[in-house]
Design a binder for this molecule. Structure first.
Ligand SMILES: C[S@@+](CC[C@H](N)C(=O)[O-])C[C@H]1O[C@@H](n2cnc3c(N)ncnc32)[C@H](O)[C@@H]1O
Length: 240
């Protein structure tokens, strides 16, 4: 048991990487043995003739955050559909970015994006920024939930984005604390995309309810598709 706990702390996502069939519904659509591979993802923009192509290095060796997760793809697709008008010139901060996919799409749509995660993921995020030629608009930074927010990161960004970050109970209060600290006024929009996997996820929302209210995003035509996969896209509002 102690060893299990130690392994969880070393890589909180490791239980999501199991390859037995009973776990298959929670895996992203890439083999978890993925190491240093490049995938190409395309997203339809507000005007259907426009597509955004993202080349993504995926690599599970720094942890499962190095793969593209389903809620991340949903949130990236939603941002693309909202189109350039909604992101151009906006300051965007992503938490738990993993490969950086969602923030890369935000940057490709004209936003000034900061993609953040824990130290082991920074290298893959940097590689993805360079590979997509987005260094002029996407910055990579270390941000550990529950720890002081580095001064280099924008305070009160226009948009905060978070995808697939509810999975490890000890991190629930830390993520809520960081969201709370980052949202200082109602001007900041918070998009929170989440895939329900375990009953314990409820406890995250019990904590979140102390600081935020939320509603399902209403203007995403893909909602009926991803809600079948237990994915929800929420907009959070800080309680006053
Ligand atoms: C399931 S992955 C999702 C990655 C990405 N958002 C996506 O949708 O593909 C969760 C991410 O949260 C990050 N994470 C977990 N605990 C964290 C913490 N305490 N501080 C910052 N990031 C954390 C992990 O490193 C991982 O990249």
């Amino acid at each position: 048991m102690k060893m299990e706990e130690e392994l969880d702390f070393a890589d909180p996502l490791r239980h999501l990487c199991k390859t037995d069939e009973s776990q298959s519904e929670i895996l992203p659509p890439q083999p978890v043995s993925v190491q240093n591979q490049i995938v190409q993802l395309s997203f339809t923009c507000g005007s259907p003739e426009e597509q955004i192509q993202i080349l993504l290095k995926v690599d599970a060796s720094p942890g499962c955050g190095g793969l593209a997760w389903p809620a991340g793809e949903v949130l990236a697709a939603y941002l693309a559909l909202r189109g350039r008008k909604s992101l151009s010139g906006k300051t965007i901060l992503e938490l738990g970015s993993g490969t950086g996919l969602v923030g890369l799409v935000a940057g490709a749509l004209g936003g000034n994006a900061w993609i953040t995660d824990q130290l082991p993921l920074l290298e893959i995020m940097k590689a993805n920024v360079v590979m997509n030629d987005l260094a002029s608009c996407v910055e990579v930074a270390e941000l550990n939930w529950g720890k002081p927010i580095p001064d280099t990161l924008p305070r009160s960004p226009d948009l905060i984005i978070t995808a697939d970050c509810v999975y490890f109970e000890p991190a629930f209060p830390l993520l809520v604390e960081t969201l709370d600290e980052l949202v200082s006024n109602a001007r900041t929009e918070v998009l929170f995309c989440y895939k329900k996997r375990r009953k314990a996820d409820k406890r995250f929302f019990t904590l979140l309810r102390k600081r935020f209210t939320w509603e399902e995003v209403q203007d995403d035509p893909n909602t009926p598709v991803y809600s079948r996969e237990a994915i929800s896209l929420l907009r959070l509002f800080k309680k006053s």
